[in-house]
Design a protein around this ligand. Sequence first.
Ligand code: ATR
Length: 283
Amino acid sequence: MPDSQQSARPNSPIAGVIGWPIAHSRSPRLHGHWLQRYGINGHYIPVPVMPEHLAEVLRAMPRMGFVGANVTIPHKESVLALADVVTDRAALIGAANTLIFRPDGKIHADNTDGYGFIANIRQNAPGWIPDLGPAAVIGAGGAARAAVASLLETGVTELRITNRTRIRAEQIRAEFGAKVVVYDWAQAGNMLEGAVTVVNATSMGMEGKPALRIPLDALAPGTLVTDLVYAPLMTPFLEEAQARGCEIVDGLGMLLHQATPGFERWFGHRPEVDDELRRIVLA
Ligand code: ATR
């Protein structure tokens, strides 16, 4: 391979997050905390990248000393076409959130959102047995796809899904297979009957947006209910589920856990997700 294709491998590795806009991202605070805590001589910076500059920036980053990057809106789908290697789970979800710039110059694209989703539930609800019964996912956007992929990987035999725009749920069924059962949005309450796991993967309940309003009467006490929205931490949906005796897990841990595989690959240390990290990211 010609020298010009090889990336610089600095003693002080740099990683970052690319998006447009990027100022709101909590990733620099999260990774910055880990770098400091583990005494790692590295850097993690926000990199604003306009969509029309994405390909050019991705080519330049390894040569500037970047060992990898997180990817956020609006680049999560478009990086797949620019990567040399795409993991199966990133291909299945149709988006990547973690890039590794390999020493041979190749760009490796992965999606750790599903991993983060499961790791968050396992950490906060250790008794959860996902394959004991159906899972119900509300929403069919990018975040829902990650939840669906990872739930199916845990061995869930029936994955129910509903979405305001039904065709997006039908698309997920077409891609993920017959274990996926689509419910009409008007019947959303019915799909909670007998569910072991219930996920809000819509943006409803987020600060500044109306609450997710679906009838929760069919929700049995003890059901694991989680929300991918983490601002606020306690969404009206989680509040109502908790009042019904469900075990609830907020969405912040998904953001924290999805970051751990990237950090480990770039900086060589498996970081921990704990209460201190939660406080720092929320501050
Ligand atoms: P993300 O990648 O974060 O999942 P997205 O792809 O924009 O973002 O998906 C947002 C999800 O929230 C979708 O399921 C969306 O439903 P539609 O596919 O019908 O748009 C859902 N959503 C957003 N606003 C909604 C609303 N007012 N009522 C119901 N669902 C809503």
